[in-house]
Design a protein around this ligand. Sequence first.
Ligand code: ATP
Length: 872
Amino acid sequence: MESFVGACEIVEEKDVVRLTKHSSRYCNKPALGSSKDMERPVGSMEYDIDQLFQSISIKPSPGRVIGSSSFHHLETSASAGTSRSTSPSKKSAMKKPFPMGGTPRSPRVGPSDSVSLKQALRDLCISKASEMAAQKRLSKSAAASPRVSEADRIKSLYRQVLNESVGRSGLPVDKGKRLVEVSLTPLDDIPSSSQSVPDVLERKPSKFLSGSMGETVLLYKSNNSGSSLSFGSGDFEIEIDEYPTSPPPQVVIEDGVVEIDKHVTSLPSCSSSKDDAEEELDKSIISSSRVISEAKALPSGLEGKLVNKVKRNIPRPKPRPKRKILVKKKLRVAVASSATKLVEEVDTSLEPSASQTLCQKCHCSLKSISENVSVEANQESVASSHLTPIVKSNKETRREADIVMQQDAIQNKQQRENPTSSEKIIFSLSSKNSSIGNYSSSTSMSEESNLSRFSCGNKPHMSMDVRWEAIKHVKLQCGGSLGLRHFNLLKKLGCGDIGTVYLAELVGTSCLFAIKVMDNEFLARRKKTPRAQAERAILKMLDHPFLPTLYAQFISDNLSCLVMEYCPGGDLHVLRQKQLSRCFSEPAARFYVAEVLLALEYLHMLGVIYRDLKPENILVREDGHIMLTDFDLSLRCEVNPTLLKTTSLAGKDPARVSGHYNTSNCIQPLCIEPSCRVPCFSPRLSSKPRKQRRPDPLTQQFRSLPQLVAEPTEARSNSFVGTHEYLAPEIIKGEGHGAAVDWWTFGVLLYELLYGKTPFKGYDNEETLSNVVFQNLKFPDSPLVSFQAKDLIRRLVMKDPESRLGSVKGAAEIKRHPFFEGLNWALIRCAIPPELPDVYENGATEATSPKGNGNGYLECKAMGDHLEFELF
Ligand SMILES: Nc1ncnc2c1ncn2[C@@H]1O[C@H](COP(=O)(O)OP(=O)(O)OP(=O)(O)O)[C@@H](O)[C@H]1O
């Protein structure tokens, strides 16, 4: 009897019933027993033995062994059950307890055999023992095989949900809400999230959660903390918001829609390192699941004001004629003194604190990206590049250069067609004014929903900004996570290569922002995710009056959004066109380039080589000062502050000598500023020979100071990035470039602002590139430009990067040029700008003026092809 009971544990329910009936028939109705048997008192040993004997001898089919009925049932159920795995290993596992040939059995057991009681008992014992052993093996293999346990769990969950959906479940059901509680037990057998998804899909091809509409949601949970949930395709909208210690998730089935209310705290996470988690996150960004990770509700006062409903996949940056070229190539940068150290990937920790260190000497907070830079050795030679034209001499004809360029174009094409090549280049010269963007950096960064954790804490220059408070206030009201629905999108400001920028007003406030919206799927498809990540990482670091402030970032409906400071004055390109002679006066040009120089200096000190300087990327703030924008082509590298000379007063205490020298020994990039209290005016340089006279005391003092270079003068990259007319020759030649490219572009910028055109512009991009490499710099006769201005341009637009002004000591060299003489660098942000922008031009002020009644929001509808906004 026990053998039956044991067998029943692994058979289907119907089989249990049948077997029970079967056995009870033998127990209670021993029809085949003799009259003698009938006489034996029920419960006596003799009676039991008789019953046993009968049960053995009445087996209907010849050759059938004890337990075979169980086997039969099991086989039937296994083959009938569609939800079971049919893998060979599982089949064999199921069969194990009941091997036909392997199990000890008595050849004599059966109705035709004459069996003695003793023999029957012996057979029974043997059978029982073999069954027990077999079951033990089964349970062992079940434990060892994740498939069985997992399948059981999945099956039971599936059954619960299925039963619930057809309304005949014994599960606890809240009739009002039709709520089924399903506990997702962490699975021990899932190795890691990175492998889990395909694994799971492979192992569980069947449905896990199924709605009545036939859609399927595959849900997977690993046991690691902060584990990820993976969703398969389907039309369910799944809201994820997880906390590790949260109560079991609930699956709510309502009108065929399965809602999984599961709190998720740390995004994917099986990875031990933050980088991995960030990678996971990026994967999740790319995934096609519709994930809404926004706050549940707005405060009641704001609800009616929500006007933005972004339709998924709608925003697509339209290709537009731009002064940009896109080239895909392996990014390589030689780090400082080590030629073999090549920076490719930067850990772009979201936490600003992570990129801040405390200066041991003065206890100021320092940002040092070098700590977060992970250096990756690159096997390829720095000098090698398929873009390198063979430059024989400066006197080569343009025709020769054209040929080389054409050869390169062919090579590029081949590279495109052969992605397996070690150095892939995707050269897209789609538009005349396109930018060149070569980015293979695998910069990864996590997609934190906002910058709330530090608010304005790491941005002291903006600490008094009311926009921080406004954002903080809205975040507090909505539970911490900002979304697109918290903004009224007023106007499209422009469309870039990786996203679209909108003018937006924070609901319930009159604060304006520029929101860059990027479609993650689009970025992934076009392999532009690293560029977006790089830009985001750089924006997060910035805290400078001439650089944009990033107030928040979030993902909304698979769109990555960057909430930045809004510049209402348009860009310098547009502003230049508005000038009478289509060029700026010298003082105006000096003002703008001086601010750009400070911005570039700051970027360099943070280890960022900008690489895309052009008037279009210089925006004008409401107060007329500038803001350098667009960092998707920028390169992050390591900064190794270098002490160039310890002064002519070697051996003496500089502090004592100068009397003003800050005694801080800190050489961290951001700890430099207070080290020199002498005014940043330089002695006038002149190309004319001057009488050797004794420098004035101030100059003497300045020269005597140690020279510290905190810019990445040694960094090298072979990327082909920039804008044709602004490309430095070393980029075109593929010789490897560093921070000096920014000084070349700085010279070209000054030239364009003063002359209204760039110095090497050809009739097409190819000729432009050729001119950059081979043509000498010429200055037009008009407009009249000062000698100092021309001299500065000449020193900046030097074909040899090593001879270029700024290449050795960075921005400090340029600041000292006579063109800037008399300029108070420290107070330039307080200087009166050449002109104030007409803020009404873009409609921003109009829309947000006190008279505005919200009609301005209707503009959203006009955006049409990129975003659709529902007004309600
Ligand atoms: N903070 C801002 N304030 C006002 N306008 C902005 C702001 N940021 C960007 N814009 C406008 O939006 C346009 C698109 O900017 P975006 O940086 O996305 O692209 P881009 O500069 O054209 O180049 P890229 O393709 O490299 O991204 C810009 O041309 C600029 O006019």
